[in-house]
Design a binder for this molecule. Structure first.
Ligand SMILES: NC(=O)c1ccc[n+]([C@@H]2O[C@H](COP(=O)([O-])OP(=O)(O)OC[C@H]3O[C@@H](n4cnc5c(N)ncnc54)[C@H](O)[C@@H]3O)[C@@H](O)[C@H]2O)c1
Length: 328
């Protein structure tokens, strides 16, 4: 029997603090070589302003095996009243290959992306960081703020997006209530960059949304919004000024315009990339080393994140007796 799990059921099965812990284990497995993660098949669908990918992974210590099909169609909110990011996860039995679960992966994509930001922030933000900033006010931005809140005790949050003013205010009100921290809509993206100790870039922008000279010393940046060649949120100056940690070096070199474009310009080389998040988690490399450095976590999103969280959610669902059983 496979368990069908919809978004609403999944919401009650995992919280952000728990998700950060699971993602930490997943990155430890990646660094220690106990996971198998073939490079995902990712394509851009220019005709529909979209992108799709198929992402398999096996995590041996967790006993998790599966694949996520994920799409990002950027016109979905305006044209179809649908989220930009949609996904479905198929989880398999690691011994027999039988389908254990088919579940919504859209909500989990936001949770695991917020969780990886929480984990990176834990290792890379200044210990005394209290002000977070987010660019973007969509599904990912909400989870980004939750992830950063798990990593540091926030006292203030600044946000800015291209949404209409009333939508930006609604986002600020919702997040303030959820996190118990004052959230202010800033007058510009620049005001967010200049005012925050920890930043998250979570937009659908295709060209840079900041100028590297705006970034204060000691800032930590999580850049999660862009993850395709030719597309970037960061300008070259931001990247060159930063100590760069990738979710995975090979994936970022293959897919992240944020990294590829400065390399093509000759401003950066692959050797300038400091390392991978798994190396920080396992203590092989140090995270932040002083209060002055600008640290940058670049995430394109990895299938180990999805399959580890999906496996946890499946086991929670079995324990709680929720979901719909289906015999293939
Ligand atoms: N790295 C990862 O693992 C990962 C995972 C999921 C989604 N994503 C990416 O995150 C991005 C956001 O996804 P979402 O689901 O939240 O989208 P969404 O459509 O819900 O929200 C997009 C937000 O970006 C804002 N925006 C667009 N251009 C901007 C600009 N120039 N300046 C300021 N704000 C701007 C919009 O106003 C909106 O608030 C997408 O590009 C998606 O592909 C990355």
């Amino acid at each position: 029997m496979a368990l069908l799990l919809d978004r609403e059921t999944i919401r009650g099965l995992v919280d952000m603090e728990g998700a950060v812990g699971i993602i930490e284990q997943a990155f430890a497995e990646l660094a220690e070589g106990t996971s198998i993660m073939p490079q995902r098949t990712a394509e851009t669908d220019a005709e529909h302003n979209g992108w799709y990918a198929f992402m398999p992974a096996q995590l041996k210590n967790m006993g998790a095996l599966g694949i996520k099909a994920v799409t990002v169609y950027k016109d979905n909110p305006s044209k179809h009243d649908l989220p930009s990011t949609l996904a479905t996860i198929v989880l398999l039995d690691g011994e027999t290959g039988q389908a254990l679960s088919v579940m919504d992966g859209g909500y989990l994509t936001a949770v695991r992306t917020g969780a990886v930001t929480g984990l990176a922030t834990k290792h890379l933000a200044r210990a005394d960081a209290t002000v977070a900033g987010v660019l973007g006010a969509g599904v990912q931005a909400r989870a980004q703020l939750q992830g950063m809140s798990v990593a540091r005790k926030l006292e203030r949050i600044l946000c800015y997006s291209q949404d209409p003013p009333d939508a930006q205010q609604a986002f600020a009100g919702e997040m303030s209530e959820l996190l118990g921290v004052p959230v202010e809509v800033a007058e510009s993206g620049r005001a967010v960059i200049e005012g925050a100790d920890i930043l998250s870039l979570a937009t659908t922008a295709a060209t840079p949304i900041l100028d590297g000279d705006w970034i204060r010393e000691g800032t930590h940046i999580n850049a999660i919004g862009s993850h395709a060649p030719g597309v970037r949120e960061l300008d070259t100056r931001s990247v060159v000024r930063s100590k760069i940690v990738c979710d995975q070096l090979a994936a970022c070199l293959a897919e992240a315009g944020d990294i590829q474009i400065p390399i093509e310009e000759g401003a950066l080389s692959a050797d300038d990339l400091y390392g991978e998040l798994g190396e920080l988690v396992t203590g092989r490399k140090k995270g932040r080393e002083n209060d002055q450095e600008i640290t940058l976590f670049k995430s394109v999103g990895l299938s180990i994140q999805d399959i580890s969280i999906a496996s946890f959610v499946y086991h929670q669902a079995v324990e709680k007796g929720v979901g719909t059983e289906f015999n293939f």
